[in-house]
Design a protein around this ligand. Structure first.
Ligand SMILES: [Zn+2]
Ligand SMILES: [Zn+2]
Length: 1009
């Protein structure tokens, strides 16, 4: 059979597009699912990607890992779900739509119209789910693209309602009044997990030391420190650390520092209870406030003055203190971060706008001790980057104290890869605060909470329940989103009064957290065709709502994979909801991975010019190269991604390409070659076939551990063995059309392609289509995984030692300065007994006439003290030991040690150098030593010249573009006549039919015979 010839190098992008078209035309993915239908189940659950922007290269990392393991499991015949998910609602979509529409505040959104705004959000999701789908296909991701789940579907929303109702029935749902991080631009509070998701930026703020004059202590004042001047008008207390010592000097009380003189010293507890005049007592907000000193153990003694100004309306800890000490809570700012009406001249100004007026007022009143600037790390909004403020608001929370331990117990049953992430999850669970689920926004999960003035909190658990209890507005309810849902009041279940929904929407992690239930049809009595693609998702997908029996089959997921951030996001939210509803974890195994950085190790930012878009990477690098980089990377470390590393991967992939090309060219010379098994194999053939079984074993083990770096490493070692040992050692057999060699190489190649196909599906598929035999499946993905067969471990060890000897022999040659082509007389080898049966290979590889295994005597041993180790140990004795070693008066001990001047020295305490004696080149390591006889005689020199000539003639053949099989006539200069002693040898090596020596004094020439 004839194989399709390969080009010199692969054009990855062109090849990948061709394979994509072919898969599409042939319906390969459908055929695979058909083939595996009814097989053992492997349940994968996709964490939704935000359908809000094109996917980035960091998404490509995660999507590659998902695809690699789904493809691997498919090769093993597992029946799988391939449902992709899109995250569709919440702040991320809103903020992008605001930007696109040029809206800058919540007021402007309301003027634009909430219904219109919702439509724009839906359009954006529709657009980017298309874009991401196309990008993911290009990456090679096989998913059931017409059946995606969208988190904003009515079904998904209803399932969250059900969860919230369950939470309420347990008494965990409550409305909290507290000071929380707040984004003034987005006009909403930020939950604990969102706070972590945001960046801490280096920001410059004022640094003020301010005097609070003490009442009834004439001329004495407390000095406090603050970096948020806007909070001073809302001050109600000053906190001291009870056990710390404070000192009074020049009328100012501060933390006492050592070596300073003070007029008075006092413990913090002695200051507690003192009253002081606030800095802005004239403001309406401050009317009736009595300012006093309170104790607080958490006061920092590291920075500031040791006295902390407390404004419970503008800080989380301040707020907690207000509850303990019964302090008034003054709300300083409104939704948009502007000072409230009760703040006099400051009212209506943004927090940074009041900095200067506050400083001026303090200075005027003689209260300013010092005004400077400070650069510190400050939290910003995860969505829009605006510095966060603190504000007292009413938010809805799920209490988590009762679920904490069950979640920890559930996590203990999960197998994490890498394993240390399990502890990270535990840490998060131990520290998680109550879940703030409400956002004062527009396009998000409508929280089904209807508080009544009678005190009843009505929680709606389904659409049916809503319809049953609605008093009006059902006719306009096109979907369960704002503003439509807001126009449907219900009847209070306790007093019968009409009640309205709170206007808040839900945290987006509720949307993503419910998918192990909503997409699998938990507790759903009957399968509903397209039942998931309703509400805002209608028309975007054909996803069904399965029934409960289906859920039973596919829950919990056998495996999920997302990036490390998801520990406190998706992994947390699905676990929270699952432990609540079912009392167990929704996933058995997790693979998680770190961050993607640029190739120099910096974060990628569009504004820094170092970001690479996924589209650009896919075209310029090719999907396989990207996937290779993602798979090679240990997932617990940050990945340095860029064109430099991509080039390096391409270079390495070339070894495989060249090996296949070598096979194809060799087989095509033998026009009628067909794969068959009935050949007599040589030991090297048996070695390669055994070696490929070893590859299968190693890769299977790595895949089963979800550890792609070991798959890639095993494959690279194999390709190195195949190319740099098997092919290299067998070239002559291929030239001679040796069928056993062709058969062996062909078998090894097709078997190894299957191993790497999940990692680089395109190249594997392409090469498979070139190599496959007629009766094999058209696509490599329709082949079944075969377990590793028998391996000859003895043979591996022999060849490994042989390769080691050859490597050392090359080092010795290089050190001697002799050309590799110069034949030599003798090689002595010590410490490689297993190479005995491979002496011929060593002779050929190193071009030596004789190889002797045994003791190498041709070396000189030099031993020196390892001073940093031995110096401290021997002290004065060192000199004697050194002298003994230098003069060769030492004895070798078993295990690599030495005895000198009466001391036993271990191998770590000495530096050992073996050099060749005159006329020998030596190299050694890992217990093997080789010595090469470097002396030349006439015969060797002549052979050296013959080999130079052969090399030259073959280069000329190549440059002249001759076919591998073309016969030639060679013309040599007169001076080369003596080389004709080896005429037959030369003829054979360069496929010459005639060698003439009438070339005068010119260069050698060749011509087609
Ligand atoms: Zn924001
Ligand atoms: Zn009521």
């Amino acid at each position: 059979m004839a194989f399709e010839p390969l080009s010199a190098v692969p054009d990855h992008s062109a090849l990948e597009r061709e394979v994509l078209d072919w898969w599409e035309r042939e319906g390969t993915f459908d055929a695979l699912r058909e083939q595996n239908h009814g097989g053992e189940r492997f349940s994968f659950l996709d964490g939704p990607i935000t359908a809000n922007n094109p996917m980035g290269v960091h998404h490509a990392w995660g999507r590659t890992l998902k695809d690699v393991f789904q493809r691997y499991k498919a090769l093993r015949g597992f029946d799988q779900r391939y449902q992709n998910g899109f995250d569709c609602q919440g702040l991320w979509v809103e903020v992008e739509v605001e930007k696109a529409l040029g809206l800058n505040s919540k007021r402007e959104i309301e003027e634009y119209g909430i219904a219109e705004f919702a439509e724009r959000c839906k359009e954006r999701v529709a657009k980017y789910s298309e874009v991401i789908t196309e990008q993911s296909k290009r990456l090679g991701m096989w998913m059931d693209w017409d059946n995606d789940y969208h988190t904003f579907s009515d079904t998904n929303i209803e399932y969250i309602w059900r969860f919230l109702k369950a939470v309420h029935e347990r008494g965990w749902l409550y409305k909290g009044h507290r000071s929380t991080p707040w984004c003034p631009r987005c006009g909403t509070s930020i939950s604990q997990h969102e706070l972590f998701a945001g960046e801490y930026k280096e920001l410059e703020h004022p640094s003020l030391f301010v005097r609070f004059p003490l009442k009834e202590r004439n001329g004495e004042a407390l000095v406090i420190w603050t970096t948020t001047p806007w909070t001073l008008p809302a001050n109600v207390a000053a906190a001291v650390r009870p056990d710390a010592e404070y000192g009074l000097r020049d009328g100012d009380w501060r933390l006492a520092s050592e070596g300073q003189e003070y007029e008075h010293l006092a413990k913090g507890e002695d200051l507690v209870g003192l009253e002081y005049e606030g800095p802005f007592d004239d403001l309406p907000a401050q009317q009736g406030v009595v300012h006093r000193v309170i104790p607080w153990d958490e006061v920092s003694l590291e920075e500031g003055s040791g006295i902390v100004h407390i404004a419970p309306g503008a800080g989380t800890e301040d707020f907690e203190l207000s509850k303990i000490h019964d302090l008034p809570v003054l709300a300083a700012i409104d939704e948009s971060g502007r000072m409230n009406q009760e703040y006099g001249k400051l009212a209506g100004f943004a927090t940074e706008e009041v900095e200067q007026p506050v400083i001026d007022a303090l200075r005027e009143r003689g209260l300013l001790v010092e005004a400077g600037r400070i650069v510190h790390r400050y939290p910003t909004c995860w969505r829009c980057g605006t510095p966060l403020l603190f504000r007292v608001v009413d938010d809805w929370f799920i209490a988590c104290d009762e679920i904490r331990q069950p979640m920890l117990d559930a996590n203990a049953t999960v197998e994490w890869t890498p394993a240390f992430y399990s502890k990270r999850m535990d840490d998060w669970l131990r520290n998680m605060g109550d879940w703030n689920i409400s956002r004062k926004r527009y396009f998000g999960l409508p929280l089904p909470l209807y508080p009544c003035e009678c005190g009843q909190l009505n929680v709606i658990g389904s659409r049916a329940e809503l319809e049953e209890r609605a008093t009006e507005g059902l006719d306009q309810l096109q979907e369960l989103h704002r503003p439509w849902i807001d126009a449907v009041p219900i009847k209070c279940e306790r007093c019968g009064k009409e009640v309205r929904r709170i206007t808040e929407v839900g945290d987006a992690w509720l949307d993503a957290g419910i998918v192990p239930f909503s997409t699998l049809g938990w507790q759903n009595p009957e399968w509903v065709e397209h039942g998931f693609a309703n509400g805002a998702a209608a028309g975007l997908s054909g996803a069904d709502l399965p029934d409960h029996a289906y859920w039973e089959q596919w829950f919990p997921a056998d495996w999920i994979s997302e990036m490390r951030e998801q520990i406190r996001l998706w992994f947390y939210s699905i676990s929270f909801m699952s432990v609540t509803l079912e009392g167990r974890t929704p996933y058995r195994r997790v693979l998680t991975y770190e961050k993607l950085l640029d190739e120099t190790g910096r974060e990628m930012h569009r504004s820094w010019g170092n970001a690479i878009s996924a589209d650009e990477a896919l075209e310029k690098m090719g999907a396989d190269v990207m996937r290779w980089m993602f798979c090679e990377q240990p997932p617990g470390q940050n990945l340095k991604f860029g064109y430099g590393p991509a080039q390096e991967v391409k270079r390495r992939l070339l070894t495989l390409w060249n090996s296949v090309k070598f096979f194809v060219d060799s087989a095509n010379v033998e026009g009628d070659w067909m794969p068959d098994d009935a050949r007599e194999l040589e030991p090297l053939d048996r070695w390669l076939l055994s070696r490929v079984e070893q590859l299968v074993a190693e890769a299977t083990d790595a895949y089963e551990r979800y550890w792609t770096p070991d798959v890639v490493a095993a494959f690279e070692r194999f390709v190195d063995d195949l190319s740099n040992w098997y092919i290299r050692r067998s070239r002559r057999r291929f030239w001679n059309g040796d069928r056993a060699a062709l058969q062996t190489l062909w078998s090894a190649l097709v078997r190894s392609l299957l191993v790497i196909a999940p990692v680089m599906p395109f190249l594997a598929e392409h090469l498979w289509r070139v190599l496959r035999s007629d009766e094999a499946p058209d696509s490599i993905f329709l082949v079944r995984w075969r377990e590793a067969g028998e391996r000859d471990e003895q043979l591996f060890a022999e060849v490994a030692q042989t390769r080691r000897v050859v490597e050392l022999g090359r080092q010795a040659r290089a050190a001697s300065g002799l050309k590799l082509r110069q034949p030599l007389r003798r090689l002595m080898v010590e410490g490689a007994p297993l190479a005995e049966g491979h002496v011929d290979e060593i002779r050929h590889e190193l071009r030596v006439k004789d190889v002797e295994l045994g003791e190498v005597e041709a070396t000189q041993l030099r031993v020196k003290p390892n001073l940093p180790v031995l110096g401290p140990k021997l002290g004065k004795e060192l000199g004697a030991v050194r002298a003994a070693l230098e003069s060769g008066e030492f004895e070798e001990l078993p295990g690599g040690g030495f005895r000198a001047a009466g001391h036993d020295l271990s191998s770590e305490e000495v530096l050992v150098e073996r050099t060749g004696k005159e006329g020998w080149a030596v190299a050694g390591g890992e217990g093997v030593t080789v010595a090469l006889d470097t002396s030349l005689d006439e015969e060797l020199e002549l052979e050296g010249r013959v080999l130079d000539l052969i090399h030259e003639l073959n280069s000329m053949r190549k440059q002249s573009g001759f076919e591998l099989t073309d016969r030639i006539v060679v013309t040599l200069p007169d001076s080369a006549a003596d080389l004709l002693q080896h005429e037959d040898w030369i003829k054979e090596e360069v496929l010459a039919v005639e060698i003439r020596t009438d070339g005068g004094s010119g260069e050698p020439e060749i011509a087609k015979a």
